[in-house]
Ligand binder design. Structure first.
Ligand SMILES: [Zn+2]
Length: 233
């Protein structure tokens, strides 16, 4: 029996990848050379870093292990569900639903920020069942606020001629590392989760924007920071 599986909102599609030449060019704001496309556009940069260009057509075949850069960033900034793309904000409490994988090997340096966008209440049970990584261990939280922290990026170095040589793949660059940001091509936004409250069990209320009667938004508020969920990049 064939089964149907919904392609998550943030998943990249083969028809969305674009080849745009990169190089290093002088930038007054950087007071030096900065990574740029050969046809730079103002919207290429956000938070002081160049972002990977990608289409939004969702055509071709789903690249299950890859994330669409624009949709991932949009989910983080607007608190949209990574599965369906709708708002993950609980309309009653104003808090955001978030599912995070347990990371037994995480270090203290990595705790507290994540590249995994939120998951809306109706999508949580399905996400916990369908995602192999979440099946191995995950917990549900509500989050009061987020703060952009950095990016997952590829790093480049310039040649004398201003060409860009690819030197590192999928590394974390924080928004305080100004010199590294100028050599980075951002692929995912990392955010710090603030005011993180564990939700006991799995919420079962089917309607969007409804809180479980078991949820107490004030319980344990601010006492924990969520663990890192690393998606493949
Ligand atoms: Zn959803």
């Amino acid at each position: 029996m064939p089964t149907t599986f919904r392609v998550p909102y943030i998943t990249a599609w083969s028809g969305e990848f674009m080849e745009h030449p990169l190089g290093f060019a002088w930038a007054d704001e950087a007071a030096g050379l900065r990574l740029a496309y050969s046809d730079p556009q103002p919207q290429d940069w956000m938070f002081g870093v160049l972002w990977a260009r990608q289409g939004l057509a969702a055509c071709g075949r789903p690249e299950w292990k890859l994330v669409n850069t624009f949709r991932q960033r949009r989910c983080m900034l607007h608190r949209l569900c990574q599965v369906c793309g709708a708002s993950a904000v609980d309309q009653l409490t104003g808090r955001t639903w978030w599912v995070l994988a347990d990371e037994p090997h995480e270090s203290s340096e990595t705790a507290g920020y994540t590249n995994a966008p939120p998951t809306c209440l109706p999508c949580i049970p399905g996400a916990l069942t369908a995602c192999p990584r979440l099946r191995r261990g995950a917990a549900v939280y509500t989050v009061g606020d987020i703060e952009p922290y950095g990016v997952v990026a590829d790093l480049f170095t310039p040649t004398r001629a201003g060409e860009a040589i690819h030197v590192q793949r999928s590394v974390t660059v924080t928004f305080e590392e100004f010199r590294r940001l100028e050599k980075a091509l951002a692929k995912q936004l990392l955010v710090v989760l603030d005011d993180v409250v564990p939700f006991p069990g799995v919420p079962t209320v089917p309607g969007r924007g409804l809180s479980s009667p078991n949820a107490d938004p004030s319980e344990g508020r601010g006492a924990e920071r969520a663990s890192l969920l690393s998606l493949n990049t």
